[in-house]
Design a protein around this ligand. Sequence first.
Ligand SMILES: *Cc1c(COP(=O)(O)O)cnc(C)c1O
Length: 391
Amino acid sequence: MTQSKRTKLVHGGTRRSQYGELSEAIFLTQGFAYDSAEQAEARFLKPSEDEYIYARYGNPTVRMFEERIALCEGTEDAFATASGMAAVSGALMSMLRAGDHVVSARALFGSCLYVLEEVLTRYGVDVTFVDGTDLDAWRDALRDDTKVVFFESLANPTLEVVDIAAVTELAHARGARVVVDNVFATPVFSRCAEQGVDVIVYSATKHIDGQGRALGGVILGSREHIRGVVEPYMKHTGGAMSPFTAWVMLKGLETMDLRVRAQTANASAIAAALHGHPKLARMIYPGHASHAQTELAQRQMGAGGTMLALEVQGGQEAAFRFLNALQIVLISNNLGDAKSIATHPATTTHQRLSEDQRAGLGISPGLIRLSVGIEGESDLVEDILQALDRV
Ligand SMILES: *Cc1c(COP(=O)(O)O)cnc(C)c1O
């Protein structure tokens, strides 16, 4: 019987101890004791399934999380990491060496941009940045020595959609492998595996926890890639997820589908209420007919997702007045949370960039990023409308 994502998110990967506990156990241990010296030797030589050596390599609670998220994503395996950035940097560093070429979309989360622009280049990797929505730009940038293509499927914060299937086809035709940071699209609306993506990365801090508690990340792909390429790099460089975090993330996965669908329904309602509002220069929501790529978003994710961007008329001063007038929506820089959150990218998440870089990415002084939570729909719409009145 093939199970739905919803069922896998509740039961997948569960390991029960001799006590038969209902809720997943936290194996808060860094090491494991062996019955004999011979057993220790054999395990170091080749641990079999569900045999553990040291928590930097693996742990039963972490393994439950890895199996559950891999079942959800439809990949053979996964490696859990200490944060989303440990996943992004580990996914890339484990695949690349000096002299390799990478093509990346330009519109990236600030820390992703740092890894590609400042870290990889320091180790002799050549990186070309392109407009992720322009298939000709991808085609022109790909070379015979291109090893990796990297992009965020929904760009932060302007919510441009990268055509996963088309970019993957172009990359594979040139022998490059595709790494997608799929945080904004969420594992709920991901079809990356069937679209041919080789390596999928999430910050579990976002929709997977979804309740603002813990930092975490995960790298997903084929068993050969995860155990042969990712694991050796991660287990020796130290970016492992803690067993406690894995337990928080397991409990997050149980309710993730419900939360993300409720957040998406709220986001659609907010988009409908704000479309054409006189105080807004732009309202960007991939699930709304006014988004230039709404068909692609629909085809790729089957939904508009949990994130919106608004550009208020009147620049930074108006944006700050809007933020300060919000009563339910919180000012923060997290996203994917049960609580609705508003962010001013130009002065926070993208402050490090020059004004020119920000302008190139569409991050204007009036732009607000909205991560929609699970609160009551009419409360959120009312809160945002009353804050716009104060602009
Ligand atoms: C938050 C985020 C990350 C980094 O995740 P952390 O858990 O904060 O390290 C990477 N990519 C995207 C798109 C993100 O939103």
